[in-house]
Design a binder for this molecule. Structure first.
Ligand SMILES: NC(=[NH2+])NCCC[C@H](N)C(=O)O
Ligand SMILES: [Mn+2]
Ligand SMILES: [Mn+2]
Length: 324
């Protein structure tokens, strides 16, 4: 199926309008620097490219949000989670910002930040899609990691390794200030979650994926079938009548293309394969949101500009850029 080059999504009332949220948050993991990514991506010209080359009407408040005043001073570990109240407060705010764009039928782009922010972005689009269309949304999670630890299976306590557990309710907390704000309308079904690119999955996560029958395509599957068939299978699992939120962790790419990231893992996607996933998701006409996360320009600084360039390329591809 080919759609006219750039913009198309059957689930958006304003497919040419793009809401952008820039999230300078690093509290879901322990390495400084990932909070600088949105600024670096924007300074490298990403938003200009989206408006000038891809014809989007870009809605952005010209702000990188650090949410300083939302972050509590006192934030002791809880169930082994590090900075649980900070991540909860930031993602609750972000959820509302993303929801505000998505409920108007705009496409939403969230620039992280570490991957914990997906608790905000995905919950925001899930709620808006339920309200606007009365439908459940699917999530395509492109990552070296499954990020579906529950607090008790996490070795690190870093919440960027847990967002999908909270988003599916496999992990739950009653405390309002520790993700207790997540309501049924924010939640994603495990049946509507598909992974691509996995290669560093914790033992507890493997059990979760198996026990809940979650669709996952590892690098092994990509080696066996090729990226084209893997993406076809992933999309077939979701079905053609489901809005898609694409959450892209730059560490899905091999460190050769994206060295500047907090948890690099060898044996990853080529940039071309990453772009292909994004292009194919765009071509469905069902993509309603994208996250780009885990770019950390202060790590492997020699490769930082290359990592930023790769990130921009992934976003352009998901938003309709084509090779011809
Ligand atoms: N978004 C990421 N880069 N996540 C990495 C997670 C690594 C590991 N599984 C953990 O729980 O800590
Ligand atoms: Mn990752
Ligand atoms: Mn991740």
């Amino acid at each position: 199926m080919t759609l006219p080059s750039t913009i198309a999504s059957r689930f958006l009332s304003h497919p040419n309008q793009l809401g952008v949220v820039a999230v300078g948050f690093n509290g879901g993991q322990c390495k400084k620097g990932v909070e600088a990514a949105p600024m670096a991506l924007i300074e490298s010209g990403l938003l200009t490219q989206l408006s000038e080359d891809l014809d989007y009407e870009v809605h952005h408040d010209n702000t990188v949000h650090y949410y300083e005043k939302d972050i509590p001073a006192e934030d002791p570990d809880h169930r082994g989670m590090k900075k649980p109240r900070a991540v909860s407060a930031v993602t609750e705010k972000l959820s509302q910002q993303v929801y505000n764009y998505a409920k108007e039928g705009k496409m939403v782009l969230t620039l992280g930040g570490d991957h914990s922010i997906a608790i905000g972005s995905v919950s925001g689009t899930a709620k808006a899609i339920r309200e606007r269309l009365g439908r459940e949304m699917a999530v395509i999670w492109v990552d070296a990691h499954a990020d579906i630890n529950i607090p008790e299976t996490s070795d690190s306590g870093n919440i960027h390794g847990m967002p999908m557990a909270f988003l599916t309710r496999l992990a739950r907390e009653e405390k309002r200030d520790i993700f207790g704000w997540l309501q049924d309308e924010h939640i994603v079904s495990t049946r509507k979650l598909v992974y691509i690119g996995l290669r560093d999955v914790d033992r507890g996560e493997k059990k979760i994926l198996r026990d809940h029958n979650i669709k996952a395509f590892s690098m092994h599957d990509i080696d066996r079938h090729g990226i084209g068939r893997v993406v076809d299978m992933a999309l077939a699992h979701i079905g053609n009548d489901t809005p898609i939120h694409l959450s892209f962790d730059v560490d899905a790419l091999d460190p050769q293309w994206a060295p500047s990231t907090g948890t690099p893992v060898r044996g990853g996607l080529t940039l071309r394969e990453g772009d292909f996933i994004c292009e194919a998701v765009h071509e469905t006409g069902n993509c309603i949101a994208m996250d780009l996360v885990e770019v950390n320009p202060s790590l492997e600084t020699k490769g930082a500009s290359e990592t930023i360039r790769a990130g921009c390329s992934l976003v352009r591809s998901a938003l309709g850029d084509t090779l011809l």
